[in-house]
Design a protein around this ligand. Structure first.
Ligand code: HDD
Length: 715
């Protein structure tokens, strides 16, 4: 390693825990009452109101949005490997267990414009920039492990097809239209991916509760010069969870920034999201041992065949200071890799390696890598010069290589230069793919077969919704028939719903095989937790303050967020209070200002007067019914039990009428106010107290039994 290179990197890093944040600090300023207004050229300004000059900056404040993944949000964090992967790579970011690598992650939707809603049905982007002393590594992935197309030459077509239609620019951020379904029908290679995209994966509850995948096949190189194929995985500590569709639809209007706020709020509250980092590795010698081509991005590597080896962890612990210079100007490039990590011949990745650099040129200009968020934490030394927005000043007379003074010579391998693997290639060069790329249905069937019953129902409903939005019979009829390539029942049910043809037989038999770790239910939280979950506490004047205070304190103690909801946002007074100002609580929102879709669970404390008021409020009943329909945990004590019964007292749902705790279909009740609300709460299935049971239900995310037994449809 060249000492001078590392020396410089070391200088930048000394004294700071996160080198990238320290680096950004150099370009930051914070306006304050002690600072004074200046012009852009630094002269103090005495008059801001009667000058036209500022308009000229304003006129240019917009830049092109990303052509895909325009809508997104980002955060800073750190990455650490806890198990060295030195057997397969020499990249220190994956081998040095003492190192903490700063990262910036941007999550996104794919289809919509910058101002579109967060909760639409779509793939989510999961792009990570690792600022390593060896340079930046950009891992630009998604929350779904496969892709629509096998070769990037098709990318403009798929994106044109999925984006709003050209004649009227409708629909925004939706796959539910003719062009998208026409395209995927005409490309059988998209079959596996559209199954994932119609599953719950495409409506994540939170960016913090999604997996991430590098999707493409990359390579790793070890010190011995041996090469391995690799797929990268992120697995969230909080488990993989989704919305139900009705909730996602409503939220798109009720809170279009839901995911952005969710991430920001969690980090702000210290509930830092975490992911385990894993690799699936195949030695070069085994490249052709599988029935699928391991370079085909429309295929997963089933974990039964190639287990994920978890070697690291990422935590996001700092929000951006300003959205535009940080999140909007962040620019990723799949070709940005550090020594020890390399590309493969995956034809999708090959095109991506060209496309990302290219797109940044039109979005941010030729010097996009000098922007504070994008520049590496190690020195950059080369003979690139000039161009719009150039920041760096290179001293001296020499601006070419080789030169008479021998400045900045290329590094040797010993000094840490990037090594391009000397791959042996024999064969005919042709515009063709290997025969295995032509098989398009096996893994689509595998995916379907691996889902839980409720996930299958959601998948059917998603197809039914999407194709219902296609007006052209050619599109929905052909698509209904296409589904018979996957499964007869699926095709029949969907076709019937959307007005497609009668499907007599499967176009090919479903092989019936299943794989593990495809269903989201196989990705529960690492430990049952309600950390960062929003728990609504619904009250009106005359509420039971003991129950209220007890549950609120316990929610806070569990690092969850209580959201107090009442008929008005001014002070609400407890039972038998003298209603003196300051003796009650101030709700966070009133019943009309917030909706049940924005919380994970609801608790209603008793109090005769409070419950009487809430029972007469249509919106309060709607809150409870809607949350029941969306399969959320609901708790009630004392008089509140009657209110819950009125709202969703369906046959089969049990309620407590005395001092014992009832837990039935995720509804936890106790007819009398329990003693000792404040005891420490253990979130585990075997918990026995009201709070233990209620919190356990919240930690389960949804009560699927309600749906499996058809109760959710009846409210
Ligand atoms: Fe892409 C952005 C992920 C295929 C071309 N892509 C972009 C982003 C993500 C992905 C997460 C947003 C980055 C950010 O937050 O700034 N893209 C993927 C994945 C793919 C994929 C996982 C399949 C494996 N992409 C893909 C292909 C091409 C592109 C095949 C073109 C050949 N993608 C782009 C782009 C974007 C982009 C046009 C738009 C904005 C940007 O790059 O910076 O170049």
């Amino acid at each position: 390693m060249s000492t001078s290179i590392l020396q410089k990197a070391g200088d930048i890093m000394s004294g700071h825990t996160n080198h990238k944040l320290a680096d950004l600090e150099k370009d930051s300023h914070r306006p304050s009452p002690d600072t004074r207004l200046t012009t852009d050229f630094g002269v103090l300004q005495g008059n801001q109101d009667d000058t036209l000059k500022i308009i000229m900056h304003f006129d240019h404040e917009r830049i092109p949005e990303r052509v895909v993944h325009a809508r997104g949000t980002g955060a800073f964090g750190t990455f650490r490997v806890y198990e060295s992967a030195e057997d397969v790579t020499f990249a220190p970011v994956l081998t040095d267990t003492s190192r903490e690598t700063p990262v910036f992650v941007r999550f996104s939707t794919v289809q919509g414009s910058r101002g579109s809603a967060d909760t639409v049905r779509d793939v989510r982007g999961f792009a990570t920039k690792f600022y390593t002393p060896e340079g930046n590594w950009d891992l630009v992935g998604n929350n779904i492990p496969v892709f629509f197309i096998q070769d990037s030459i098709k990318f403009p077509d798929i994106i044109h097809a999925v984006k709003p239609e050209p004649h009227n620019e409708v629909p925004q951020a939706q796959t539910a239209h003719n062009n998208f379904w026409d395209f995927v029908n005409l490309h059988t290679e998209a079959t596996h991916m559209f199954m994932w995209a119609m599953s719950d994966r495409a409506i994540p509850r939170s960016y913090r509760m999604m997996q991430g995948f590098g999707v493409n096949t990359y390579t790793l190189l070890n010190k011995k010069g041996e090469r391995f194929f690799v797929k990268f995985h992120w697995t969230p500590e909080l488990g993989v969870h989704s919305f139900v569709w009705d909730e996602a639809l409503k939220l798109a209007g009720q809170d279009p920034d839901f995911h952005r706020k969710d991430l920001y709020e969690a980090i702000d509250n210290g509930a830092y999201p975490k992911w385990k980092f894993g690799i699936q590795v195949i030695p070069e010698s085994k490249e052709h041992d599988f029935e699928f081509d391991i370079l085909d991005a429309t295929k997963v590597w089933p974990e039964e065949l190639i287990p994920v080896r978890y070697i690291g962890e990422m935590v996001l612990n700092k929000n951006v200071d300003e959205f535009f210079p940080q999140t909007e100007q962040a620019a990723f490039c799949t070709a940005h890799m550090v020594p020890g990590i390399g590309p493969s011949d995956d034809p999708l990745l090959q095109g991506r390696n060209f496309s990302y650099f290219d797109t940044q040129l039109s979005r941010l200009g030729v010097n996009w890598q000098e922007l504070p968020i994008n520049r590496p934490v190690c020195p950059v030394m080369n003979f690139n010069r000039d161009g719009q927005g150039r920041h760096r000043i290179s001293k001296g007379v020499l601006n070419y290589w080789p030169n008479r003074a021998g400045t900045n010579p290329p590094a040797t391998a010993e000094e840490g230069a990037y090594i391009d693997y000397p791959q042996k290639i024999a064969g005919i060069k042709a515009r063709a793919k290997s025969p295995k790329f032509k098989e398009h249905f096996n893994q689509a069937q595998l995916f379907l077969n691996s889902l839980s019953p409720q996930e299958k129902t959601h998948l059917v409903n998603a197809f039914a919704f999407e194709l219902d939005h296609c007006e052209d019979p050619v599109v929905y009829e052909r698509m209904s028939v296409r589904l018979a390539d996957i499964d007869l029942d699926l095709a029949r049910t969907v076709s019937q719903m959307v007005g497609g043809p009668a499907i007599e037989k499967a176009s090919r038999p479903n092989h019936g095989k299943k794989a593990t770790r495809i269903s989201q239910l196989e990705f529960p939280p690492f430990e049952p937790t309600i950390k960062s979950r929003r728990v609504a506490i619904m009250i009106a004047d005359g509420y039971d303050s003991l129950a209220f205070n007890g549950v609120r304190a316990a929610v806070l103690a569990a690092s969850a967020l209580p959201v107090i909801i009442a008929p008005r946002r001014s002070e609400i007074f407890p039972a038998s209070s003298d209603k003196k100002p300051g003796s009650g609580v101030f709700p966070h929102h009133h019943l009309e200002g917030y909706r049940s879709t924005m919380v994970d669970a609801i608790f209603v404390p008793g109090g005769a007067e409070s419950i009487q008021t809430l029972s007469k409020a249509g919106r309060a009943l709607h809150w409870l019914r809607e949350a029941f329909g969306h399969l959320k945990a609901i708790g009630g004590t004392g008089e509140a039990v009657g209110l819950l019964q009125t709202a969703f007292g369906l046959p089969g749902v049990e309620f407590s009428s005395d001092g014992s705790v009832s837990s039935s279909y995720g509804v936890v009740t106790i007819g009398k106010r329990p003693e000792g609300f404040m005891e420490a709460v253990k979130i585990a299935k075997e918990g026995s107290s009201f709070l233990e049971k209620f919190f356990y239900e919240i930690s389960q995310h949804r009560n699927w039994d309600r749906e499996l037994d058809g109760l959710n449809a009846q409210v």
